[in-house]
Design a protein. Structure first.
Length: 79
């Protein structure tokens, strides 16, 4: 089952300020990335940063966009 970034954060019992500080972004930026609009504009690199922090895979996170399979493969190979 896929969940939103916000749901994943809440499930991990993390506050916005904690996540923002860990990722080196502002709380406002985190709020944007957790929003529907922000998640549509999420870069694959940022998604990987969230997955690392939340100890989950890309497949666990729901985003209203889908990355092309070629980009997912390329990024997972470290290209």
């Amino acid at each position: 089952m896929k969940v939103s970034l916000k749901a994943m954060r809440v499930h991990r019992n993390l506050r916005q300020a904690q996540v923002a500080e860990t990722l080196g972004i502002t709380v406002d930026r985190l709020k944007y990335l957790e929003s529907e609009e922000g998640s549509r504009n999420m870069t694959y690199e940022n998604l990987l940063r969230f997955c690392s922090l939340y100890n989950c895979t890309v497949d666990d996170i729901f985003l209203p966009i889908n990355y092309p399979e070629s980009e997912v493969e390329k990024r997972s190979e470290g290209a």
